[in-house]
Design a protein around this ligand. Structure first.
Ligand code: AMO
Length: 437
């Protein structure tokens, strides 16, 4: 859909690059960056880039600003007045003949090449991230990420969920102690949140029944992998009165399919730009127990390694023609203490991971809502009951059966766009090495 940016009063006179085609034979005012300059002596071509795209400008010798244009450097910030004329040879079919140019700010020589013509090492790109993001392809990753957040939010709002905002500074981790970032909280030790887990469960004790949260999560991941960040965003949900963890898998696959349908409907331009195959998805996603998934690849274990997830992803694609698969019934030993044990086999749990193209993108399950059993399970994992007293309290006065999931936003973006490294799906990634920019 064409957008009429010019309706906005502040930008009354300004025309965006995407609108130039409609302005043939008109005098217009453009603003943006000089993304490329080609000086042919008596003729200079400038490609002007703004937030909507690029447009070709042309200056002939008789142009009043010709000398200024001759001295332009890449990425100078410009205000340009000129006339839109037809030119079949230009990328848009029209170009703007410059009448007057004003340099709003000069750019220094560029420290990295970000046009995409030459590949630049990711670490260098991230050091100069604000420049790297001027590459339209890199920017598109964030256009899609922003849409995905919006679609997921709409999914929950359409189903009368309440969006919650839980503390990010906490006294205790929910997912195991080793990955916590300690902080000095006045005269106490606090931590950055590892997951909204305890709080989204406590909202079930508060009687909210259907909640979701889209927020940052922190993990002190010491490993250097292409799929781990120290700070990532989770889409978390928790609901009450479930009958089994099947209800949670249904909720999650409905959310994923809703988001994918919306991307297909509204973001085809981004998908085309990346020249990728759209994921294969159909409800219900295949569900395989962890044990059976190991059988698929002739292996054994209590949890899946990254490599095993990948192999299972490939097998599932061949067998079910699906890019998604639920792996269910993880053993209690590889799940957090709050997970509901399986009624038939107490070694197993009513929990799952969702794999997308052979990578875990979400975890969830039913939670243990009976206080005495929950305490027992915490003891089994050597968790001091005193340290989680505030959480246990919420199970005393009427906690309904409940469950939920946590979904990794960056991993989802990475897998949809086939990005090689999760860092590409974060504006300013945080990892073991990186605290700036
Ligand atoms: P889990 O620890 O599996 O579960 O995290 C949920 C999802 O978050 C994503 N994720 C990560 N993404 C990037 N970098 C990381 N270091 C990272 N760690 C996790 C993954 C993962 O599937 N409380 C439970 C969820 C629940 O049961 O509701 C939890 O945090 O996509």
């Amino acid at each position: 859909m064409e957008k009429n940016y010019s309706q906005n009063d502040i930008y009354k006179r300004r025309v965006y690059a995407s609108e130039v085609l409609e302005k043939e034979n008109k005098e217009i005012l453009l603003k943006g960056w000089a993304s490329a300059i080609r000086d042919l002596g008596n003729l200079i071509f400038v490609i002007l880039r703004d937030c909507t795209g690029e447009v070709q400008l042309i200056a002939k010798k008789d142009c009043k600003s010709f000398n200024e244009i001759k001295n332009l450097r890449r990425e100078d910030v410009l205000e340009v007045e000129g006339k839109v004329v037809k030119n079949e040879k230009s990328p848009k079919g029209v170009e703007v003949q410059i009448r007057k140019i004003k340099i709003l700010n000069k750019a220094e020589p560029l420290p990295i090449e970000f046009s995409g013509k030459i590949s630049t090492d990711l670490s260098k790109r991230l050091d100069n991230r604000f420049l790297d993001l001027r590459n339209p392809k890199n920017k598109k990753i964030f256009e899609l990420k922003s849409k995905i957040v919006n679609f997921s939010r709409n999914f929950f709002y359409e189903r009368d969920f309440i969006e919650i905002h839980t503390p990010k500074i906490v006294a205790q981790g929910a997912e195991g102690g080793s990955e916590l970032f300690p902080i000095l909280y006045y005269n106490k030790e606090g931590y950055l949140t590892q997951s909204p887990q305890f709080y989204k469960q406590m909202m079930q004790a508060a009687g909210f029944e259907k909640v979701f949260e889209i927020g940052p999560t922190y993990r002190a991941e010491k490993s250097h992998t292409i799929r781990h960040l120290s700070e990532f965003w989770g889409i978390d949900s928790e609901i009450s009165f479930i009958e089994s963890y099947e209800d949670i898998m249904n909720l999650l696959e409905n959310m994923v399919c809703y988001i994918l349908d919306k991307i297909k409907e509204n973001c085809s331009e981004i998908i085309d730009y990346f020249n990728i195959k759209f994921p294969k998805y159909k409800k219900p996603f295949p569900r395989i127990t962890l044990r059976d998934s190991f059988k698929l690849i002739n292996r054994n274990g209590t949890d899946l390694s990254n490599e095993e997830e990948k192999l299972i992803g490939e097998k599932v694609k061949d067998k079910f023609n699906s890019d998604f698969v639920f792996i269910t019934q993880y053993p209690f030993e590889s799940r957090p203490f709050y997970t509901m044990k399986n009624a038939k086999n107490k070694e197993l749990t009513d929990s799952f991971d969702l794999l997308f193209k052979g990578m875990e993108i979400a975890t969830g399950g039913q939670r243990e809502h009976r206080l005495e059993i929950l305490k027992e399970q915490a003891r089994e994992k050597n968790i001091s009951l005193d340290s989680i007293k505030f959480y246990l309290e919420s199970f005393k006065y009427g906690m309904p059966p409940h469950g939920g999931f946590g979904f990794g936003l960056e991993r989802f973006v990475m897998q949809i766009l086939n990005l090689e490294n999760i860092r590409e799906a974060v504006l300013f990634p945080r990892d073991v090495e990186r605290l700036v920019p």
